[in-house]
Design a protein around this ligand. Sequence first.
Ligand code: AVJ
Length: 331
Amino acid sequence: PTQGWRYVDHLPADFSDDLLRRDVESGLTAADKWLPPRWFYDRTGSELFEDITRLPEYYPTRCEAEILSAHAAEIMARANGRVLLELGSGSSSKTRLLLDRLTQRGAGSGEGLADGPGYVSVDVSESALRDAAIGLSSEYPDLDITAVRADFTSQLDALPADGPRVVAFLGSTIGNLDPTERGSFLTALRAVLRPGEHLLLGADLVKAPDILVAAYDDATGVTAAFNKNVLRVLDEALDADADPDDFDHLARWDPHRRWIEMRLRARRDLRLHFRDLDLTVALRRGEDIRTEISAKFDRDTLRAELRSAGFVDAGWWTDSRDWFSLSLWRA
Ligand code: AVJ
């Protein structure tokens, strides 16, 4: 049998190296030091993230799965697409609840449709894309699967245009973008969609700060290990000498910006040497590197942002505690 899926690469082989260099050079030489969260997810970091999703304190993954289990049929019926296109698909684990509906609908209503159901996964990790596509192609033999290695913040126009499409952006990954980045991203996404296509968005909701902080500072230290792992990623990729033991993990709720920040705080005065970059970064004891923002939303502000990007409300679902939302937006 043939492989049942195809792989398309829109990124240069050295994309990650190049971007990491630029991120370190700009983020760690800034007055307030920061690193973008994309560098968390090497093999170890991806495994630690999977562990996080099973922590008692980390509710988002379970809440989103609860919503999908209860409402996937209604969501997919309203979205009325033929192709599910998932941004930042990672391991594609929650995708199956949506694909079940897509493939059932395809089988039931074959009225003159030239093409069957399709799934497009978009991620920057070739290994995650391949592993997920291999699994899905054996579970869904009639699904047309395309794995696309692309950076969805800058390459939305390179995505397959066959549709009608439902773009899934799950897991509250949108929370990693600051308001300006969100605006550009949503506007760019709206611009590549045709009228009648949809965005399915997973967004975490504002709630009591102690619940939010615990989700990013769990009792067993898995999130601390996940946060500190980014130092190992830097060490390996850029021949650096950052020692995770020289930093404390911090999670803080910012009530004005309404986001959780993760930080790495220097336990003593430090000099980090990035030999591949010919760069030395000095940190004073107590100085932070901000490694992630995870914005939290409410229905009204989310709706305002989506509307100003040109989307129309098409559905809103939450879990039993109203902790997390899935929402559907029509282009
Ligand atoms: C995958 C970005 C949605 O912000 O909750 C989990 C990542 N960071 N614990 C989140 C994360 C710390 C996660 N996202």
